[in-house]
Design a protein around this ligand. Structure first.
Ligand code: THU
Length: 128
């Protein structure tokens, strides 16, 4: 838990957020124990930017991972940073309802949510 949060903080250092100046770092734990990190990457054409969570999960998927157990997330606001709606849906493709979303202010100050709690009545491949 602490390691995952620390990796999310380290990933935030790489955030490219010149437009919002809201820097985000994420570290996702794959079922095989590997950790993949990501930061938000913004763009002059604003909607083209991508969130830290989707960067981290995409890196993992590109490395062959398909199952995940938890993600740690750190933003730069005063409150705990929780995933945006698009990231919740993106997580639902690869993560079950008991997937843990750890929103941290520091390695000792965090809240844990389940994906089911953040995205109830999920639309996923079982819905097709
Ligand atoms: N952002 C993330 O990286 N993850 C989230 O879950 C919330 C929002 C980024 C997107 C954008 O670069 C900046 O934070 C402000 O919205």
């Amino acid at each position: 838990m602490k390691e995952l949060i620390e990796k999310a903080f380290a990933a935030r250092e790489k955030a490219y957020a010149p437009y919002s100046e809201f820097r985000v770092g994420a570290a996702v734990l794959a079922a095989d124990g590997k950790i993949y990190t990501g930061c938000n990457v913004e763009n002059a054409s604003y909607p083209v930017g991508i969130c830290a969570e989707r960067v981290a999960i995409s890196k993992a998927v590109a490395d062959g991972e398909r199952k995940f157990t938890a993600v740690a997330l750190v933003g730069s606001g005063a409150d705990y940073c929780t995933p945006c709606g698009m990231c919740r849906q993106f997580m639902a493709e690869f993560c079950k309802g008991d997937f843990k979303v750890i929103s941290a202010k520091s390695p000792d100050d965090y809240r844990i949510f389940s994906l089911a709690e953040l995205l109830p009545h999920t639309f996923d491949s079982d819905s097709l």
